[in-house]
Design a binder for this molecule. Structure first.
Ligand code: 5GP
Ligand code: ZN
Length: 105
């Protein structure tokens, strides 16, 4: 499998994993745009966020909430972003939820 994020899920490419569930993995973005910048992804390969099932979306948001709590940004607030398609700047075509916080955005 050549997908970068599938390889992170499989442990073939190192990443700083901060949270895991049966269906999701969360790890630090390699080029953080904020003091807290974590990517939450489904273990299953789905190219775009809009193609995720309701259950997968629920799992990603539940994981993002726990990541925000663990990172200490629950009270200060954070931004949740899905980039979808070329004009959004999406680089990696394995759905991922950005969790950004730790400064005024
Ligand atoms: P996108 O632009 O597709 O929404 O976001 C992809 C994100 O993945 C970018 O913020 C980028 O910095 C991050 N990224 C790209 N390659 C790697 C990598 O090998 N490891 C990690 N941890 N993050 C990566
Ligand atoms: Zn993938």
């Amino acid at each position: 499998m050549s997908c970068l994020f599938c390889r992170i899920v499989d442990g073939e490419i190192p990443a700083t994993v901060v949270h895991e569930t049966k269906t999701t993995v969360a790890f630090r973005d390699i080029r953080p745009k904020a003091p807290v910048h974590v990517l939450v992804i489904p273990r299953e390969h789905v190219p775009n966020a809009v193609d995720l099932t309701g259950e997968q979306l629920g799992d990603l948001f539940a994981a993002a909430k726990e990541v925000a709590e663990a990172e200490g940004v629950s009270e200060t607030g954070y931004r949740l972003v899905f980039n979808t398609g070329p004009d959004s700047g999406q680089e990696v075509f394995h759905a991922h939820l950005h969790v950004l916080g730790g400064r005024k955005l």
